[in-house]
Write a protein that binds this ligand. Structure first.
Ligand SMILES: Nc1ncnc2c1ncn2[C@@H]1O[C@H](COP(=O)(O)OP(=O)(O)OP(=O)(O)O)[C@@H](O)[C@H]1O
Length: 608
């Protein structure tokens, strides 16, 4: 049966454009092969291991050519024939064809990356399996041809050398370039790598990972690599994945995009921007870690999403929670800074994640009518706790709610209502949206004679405010300094949001939204006059209904302004009238009161 034909150039094109981030990955693939060969030699057994020289990798960067030598397992002629020239063939898979966890390679394509920078790959190798093994020379070409022969010059030791020739004008094999690339991928590798240049040489691997360093160096690493000073650092470890690492929490808030982790596999860099290493609820932690057993993607530039990675995420998540707990217990000042700096990120996550919600609810103070309190503090110390959906509603009602022994929480800031409602669902806590009717129910009714005295006034106010579809009532409530109160109904916040949406919408959308969401008729709204306030007491006794009307309009306007409620055209006109009356009263000729109230028709539509 005929075999498939392979267009090598087509395959190399495919790798370079769809798999690898760029030609520079050739050096990573070569180092990984050298490292796997050293591991394979160590796997030969105790005897072979003790007879083998100390592992090392030497790279010669000569500008127009590059060679990399290892003293690993080497290749026999048969192995070279079957493994080097067959795309997809690899010696690093087990009997079931699965990648073996002690090797970095498994796909059998890595060596092809060399064709991204060279038209020729020359491999000189001597196998460590057989002391009598000959040195073989395999030469593969970008046009898809290859030759294999016995090398004219025998290697003294087992191992492999791969040589590449630069294309005209190529810069990949310059000494400085090679040093930079090797450092990038392999500076933490345990095996020594020496890069030899035309004039000097440099040892570039075997740098300690930051978790093997003292605190000062750990922090410096963070500044140099993540670009910020850490508020705190803690070690992480997931034995099931052979993972060790260091987690950094920034001193001040960082953009969510900064949640990119540095991940290494057995000392080789896989990805500097790994995203799925931590649970999404921990955007305030950035990690550098090295793992033995996580699986890389074929591109080797990310991690394969499997059960082990899921375990890593869960266990690192638990370690972040432990760190938070300890920080709260033993470093309250740092913990406070953490909460302050990362409040928005914490709240965003808490709206979705129950465990983060617990942390936020127990530790993040919210604005309440009793001062800054955490949700659990408010629930533990206050008899009745309610929340508002908007900042405006909170501002207009917090003093009055407080006086009626209701602790009011401002749920108008980002994520707060979502956290509160989710927490009520989690715990069944006795906490609800403030119902203005309930607030009204807590106010003291006036006596029958006071009610009778106020009848005309209430009737007049009802008539004046006819368009607002509200009920005017009179009660006694604290604080006595508040003469009146506008109590929107419980859906008020939703209406405000709706209204803002309609105002922001343009053209046809505005019309469509307007038709769908026409302002609803609302008879649950109340305008409450406070009989405890001296002006209201005097107003009830006032027989001059002209004056009463002016004062009622002024009270209404003041009530809207102090509660940050929206004003319509009529409210604005009344506001102008009120100011005009005030100004007229303060002028010397009007101070006698002879011309008071001033003529209603003068400057009717003047806006102040
Ligand atoms: N330095 C080396 N020493 C010994 N054998 C080598 C060396 N380099 C490559 N080989 C052999 O060539 C095979 C193919 O290498 P290649 O880099 O293409 O794929 P791989 O390393 O097996 O898998 P991956 O594509 O995941 O890197 C390897 O499996 C290995 O057997």
């Amino acid at each position: 049966m005929p075999n498939f034909q392979v267009d090598l150039q087509g395959v190399v094109e495919l790798l370079s454009h769809n798999l690898y981030s760029g030609p520079r990955v050739f050096i990573r693939e070569l180092i990984q092969n050298a490292l796997d060969a050293i591991t394979a030699r160590q796997n030969l057994g105790e005897e072979a291991r003790s007879a083998a020289p100390a592992p090392e990798i030497i790279i010669q960067a000569r500008g127009n050519s590059l060679s990399i030598s290892d003293n690993g397992i080497g290749l026999t002629e048969t192995e070279a024939q079957s493994l080097l020239a067959t795309i997809g063939a690899s010696s690093k898979r087990d009997e079931l064809g699965l990648g073996r966890s002690d090797f970095l390679g498994q796909f059998g394509i890595g060596l092809l990356a060399c064709f991204l920078v060279s038209d020729q790959i020359k491999v000189t190798s001597r196998s460590a399996r057989d002391p009598q093994a000959q040195t073989i020379l395999w030469q593969g070409n970008a046009d898809g041809t290859f030759q294999i022969s016995t090398a004219t010059e025998a290697r003294a030791e087992a191992g492999t050398t791969v040589e590449l020739e630069s294309r005209p004008g190529g810069h990949w094999f310059d000494f400085a370039q090679v040093i930079q690339l090797v450092k990038h991928y392999a500076k933490y590798l345990a095996v020594p790598i020496t890069v030899v240049g035309p004039e000097h040489q440099e040892m570039v691997s075997q740098q300690p990972f930051p978790w093997h360093e003292g605190q000062v160096r750990r922090e410096n690493w963070c500044r140099e690599n993540f670009g910020y000073s850490p508020l705190d650092t803690f070690e992480i470890s997931v034995p099931a994945a052979g993972l060790e690492g260091l987690a950094y929490v920034p001193e001040s808030r960082v953009s969510p995009n900064a949640q990119a982790h540095q991940i290494y596999l057995r000392g080789m860099l896989v990805n500097e921007e790994q995203r799925n290493l931590l649970p999404t609820w921990a955007p305030f932690v950035r990690v550098i870690a090295d793992a033995q057993y996580l699986r890389p993607l074929a591109s080797r530039e990310g991690l394969f999403e499997d059960e082990l990675l899921e375990t890593v995420r869960t266990q690192i998540g638990e370690q972040v929670r432990d760190w938070l707990k300890k920080l709260g217990q033993f470093a309250p000042q740092k913990f406070a800074t953490f909460l302050k700096e990362h409040a928005i990120a914490l709240k965003a996550v808490a709206a979705e994640d129950a465990s983060m919600r617990e942390l936020v609810v127990n530790n993040l103070p919210l604005e309440t009518s009793e001062g800054m309190l955490t949700l659990t503090e408010a629930m533990a110390t206050q008899e009745t706790v309610c929340y508002t959906r908007t900042v405006e509603e909170y501002r207009s009602l917090n003093e009055v709610a407080r006086a009626q022994n209701i602790c009011l929480i401002n749920g108008g800031y980002a994520y707060e209502e979502a956290i509160i409602t989710a927490w009520i669902q989690d715990t069944g806590a006795d906490l609800s949206l403030l119902d203005p009717v309930k607030l009204l129910g807590r106010m003291e009714p006036v006596t029958a004679s006071e009610e009778a005295q106020a009848t005309d006034l209430i009737f007049l106010a009802q008539e004046l405010l006819n368009d607002r579809e509200l009920q005017v009532v009179i009660r006694r409530f604290e604080p006595a300094t508040v003469p009146c109160l506008f109590l929107p109904d419980a859906n008020y916040a939703a209406q405000v949001v709706d209204r803002r949406g309609r105002q922001a919408a343009q053209g046809a959308w505005a019309q469509a939204l307007g038709a769908l969401n026409a302002p609803s008729e609302n008879h649950n709204q109340r305008f409450v006059l406070n009989r405890n306030h001296s002006i209201v007491t005097r107003l009830c006794a006032l027989e001059d209904l002209n004056r009463a009307e002016i004062l009622l309009k002024a009270l209404w306007v003041q009530c809207l302004l102090s509660g940050h409620h929206p004003m319509n055209a009529q409210d604005r006109t009344w506001a102008s009238e009120t100011y005009r009356h005030l100004l007229a009263m303060t002028l010397p000729e009007d101070a006698s009161g002879s011309d008071w109230p001033p003529n209603e028709n003068e400057g009717e539509n003047d806006a102040l």
